[in-house]
Design a protein around this ligand. Structure first.
Ligand code: TPP
Ligand code: MG
Length: 328
């Protein structure tokens, strides 16, 4: 296959991105089932439907680049290279999890991968990213820091203050607004005055770009340009990804705020994975059978992660006071 590859990534890189997106989808769809069975403690917010944004952006990053995620953070973690088995254990609250089972879904972090953490507090990642970007600027190795924020969280003061700080300090930072149209059950248009977040960016003196977040290549191209500029000292930017979420705000959400047929339409016509698969197969870069083979491997990986998570021990009373403070 793949005599002619019309895309700006090698065939191996493209298949790697497809695999990551499929891994996120499978991870989330499995959590949806297991949470419904009552197997998972706490709260989970699923990223399914939004995969092209995380993978399209993260495909430009290395471990030295840092990201701050949101309450809907599993996709960012997987795209940034956090171990899926450790993530599953973390969500199941087991030892061996990314945070030894003491953080759960909304606090997965892995600094070795530059993943500074999911975050249960809306907008809290933005000032952290200013700090990480300032540190990167001083290190001078061309590393950057990226803040992910939802359309709802983009109204938080912390986020807006951080845009200003990043601009005046000319930080190597990127602020990604993941606009999935809702904050919990509140529609974006009800809660936010501007139509485009690019207008907000210009209010703070930052360049802004808006992309179809369900199109992997659109995200990859726009993010690539912004990230290159940031690495070269060109300063911060804002990227709005218009996207869709396939599950409820949280698991258990009855989604009564959706229009009739809305979800069916999103899944049928706005599925970023289906789009990427169609783009790769119609260009002859990969066959449907090759993609199906990746799908099978991913399914097995997730199944094994669940088996291992269920078999792992819970943290003990003796673990209660460890990892409370950073060890120097
Ligand atoms: C400071 C703060 N206020 C309110 C909440 C409760 N809360 C959790 S998620 C959420 C909606 C977030 O919407 P959005 O930012 O669009 O992200 P999405 O869930 O759509 O990915 C709210 C209000 C919170 N966690 N933190
Ligand atoms: Mg939202």
């Amino acid at each position: 296959m793949a005599a002619n590859n019309p895309f700006p990534l090698s065939r191996d890189a493209l298949l790697g991105c497809y695999r990551r997106m499929r891994t996120i989808r499978e991870f989330e769809d499995r959590l949806h089932i297991d949470f419904g069975r009552g197997d998972i403690p706490g709260f989970v917010h699923l990223y399914a439907g939004e995969e092209a944004a995380a993978v399209g952006i993260m495909s430009h990053l290395g471990d030295g680049d840092r990201i701050a995620s949101t309450h809907r953070g599993h996709g960012h973690c997987i795209a940034k290279g956090v171990d899926v088995g450790a993530m599953m254990k973390e969500i199941y609250g087991r030892k061996g999890g990314s945070c030894e089972g003491k953080g759960g879904s909304m606090h997965i972090a892995d600094l070795s991968k530059g993943m500074m953490g999911a975050n249960g507090i809306l907008g809290a990642g933005a000032p952290l990213v200013c700090g990480a970007a300032l540190a990167a600027k001083f290190r001078g190795k061309g590393e950057i820091a990226i803040c992910f924020v939802g359309d709802g969280a983009s109204n938080q003061g912390t986020f807006l203050e951080s845009l200003n700080l990043a601009a005046i300090w000319n930080l190597p930072a990127l602020f990604v607004v993941e606009n999935n149209g809702y904050a919990e059950s509140t529609s974006r248009d009800y809660a936010t005055a501007v139509n485009s977040y690019v207008d907000r960016a210009s209010g703070f003196g930052l360049p802004g770009v808006v992309v179809d977040g369900t199109d992997f290549f659109a995200v990859h191209e726009a993010a690539g340009e912004i990230i290159r500029r940031a690495r070269e000292g060109g300063g911060p930017s804002l990227l709005e990804c218009k996207m869709v979420r396939f599950h409820g705000h949280f698991e258990g959400d009855a989604q009564t705020y959706r229009a009739n047929g809305e979800l069916e339409d999103l899944r049928a016509n706005h599925d970023c994975l289906k789009k990427l698969a169609a783009q790769l197969t119609s260009a002859g870069v990969a066959s449907a059978a090759e993609l199906a083979d990746i799908d099978r491997q991913v399914l097995a990986l997730i199944e094994q992660a669940v088996v291992d998570a269920k078999a792992a021990p819970l943290p003990s009373a003796a673990d209660l006071l460890t990892d409370v403070y950073v060890k120097y």
